[in-house]
Design a protein around this ligand. Structure first.
Ligand code: AMP
Length: 281
């Protein structure tokens, strides 16, 4: 595995590979790698000739009072894990290189990026869209792999790719969970042991919502209320939102008839967790 930090070097490696007719599979991450990230690397390995993983904690997608400074960083450990997954290139650019002095260009994906996460994290998806567009220009993948864990992000990125005509196929891989259902996340390491126990409430609430819909409940507000009530029983949990939306438009659903996605964001102490369940019933 080769570690590349320079943008120019990354671009010329990608151009060479593509010139030889090879497919590049790309897994963008912010590091602190876990089994969720590994599943994306394996999916890329199965489908592409070469796998590029990027680690870049993107300042533009964090709000001023968020955890950018304390976001977990472990370059050495991450590199060792990528080697085990037989990653070809680990791309680790600096923030100065990605955002050159005097940069002015922004990308907004609206209204898709305005609701849900966007309502609690203004500019988050502009930051995500900008960095993904930049990384696609640098890594030049034919396929890019994202986790369903960040559901709204996958919808925003699909829109971005369509709108800007990126010749990149977006592949969304299932959420990898701990045994008790908690979605794996780099932020789970912030949780205290009581917090970790309380965090199970997210998956439990989604299971409750899913079961109610399976049993025939069609009033979305009623299902949402049940989920909310369940989460409120956990004293450490504070709800940012519980939503039931259309899987593509992310618009709130009133009457459940087709596929829907259950989305939630819950704070456990200072740790903000998100999760979702796609119901195709
Ligand atoms: P992050 O490092 O949190 O920016 O995540 C990088 C990529 O890994 C994103 O596409 C995430 O959706 C994906 N990812 C994060 N957690 C999981 C998980 N538990 N299962 C599957 N994919 C995940």
């Amino acid at each position: 595995m080769k570690i590349i930090k320079s943008i120019r070097q990354m671009q010329s490696w990608a151009e060479q590979r593509r010139g030889r007719g090879k497919t590049i599979g790309f897994v963008p991450t912010m590091g602190a790698l876990h089994e969720g990230h590994h599943s994306l690397m394996r999916a890329a390995r199965r489908r592409c000739d070469a796998v590029v993983v990027s680690i870049f904690v993107n300042p533009a997608q964090f709000g001023p009072n968020e955890d950018y400074a304390r976001y977990p960083r472990d370059a050495k450990g991450d590199a060792a894990l990528c080697r085990l997954e037989k990653v070809d290139i680990l791309f680790m650019p600096t923030a100065e290189a990605i955002y050159p002095e005097g940069h002015q260009t922004t990308i907004s994906v609206k209204p898709l990026g305005d609701g849900l996460e966007g309502a609690f994290r203004p500019n988050h998806f502009s930051g995500v869209a900008a960095v993904v567009a930049k990384l696609f220009q640098i890594v030049k993948p034919q396929m890019a792999f994202f986790g369903q864990k960040d559901y709204q992000q996958t919808v925003v990125i699909r829109r971005l790719v369509q709108d800007l005509h990126f010749p990149v196929k977006i592949i969304v891989c299932p959420t990898v969970r701990e045994k008790d259902g908690l979605a794996m996340s780099s932020r789970n390491r912030y949780l205290s042991s009581e917090g970790r126990r309380a965090a199970r409430v997210l998956f439990k609430a989604m299971q409750l919502g899913r079961d109610q819909i399976r049993e025939g409940k069609r009033n979305a507000a009623a299902v949402r209320n049940e989920m909310t009530r369940w989460i409120r029983q956990e004293p450490l949990a504070k709800i940012d939102y519980v939503a039931i939306t259309h899987p593509e438009t992310l618009e709130e659903v009133l009457h459940i008839k087709g596929p829907v996605v259950l989305l939630l964001a819950v704070r456990i102490g200072k740790t903000r967790l998100i999760d979702n369940l796609l119901l195709k019933h």
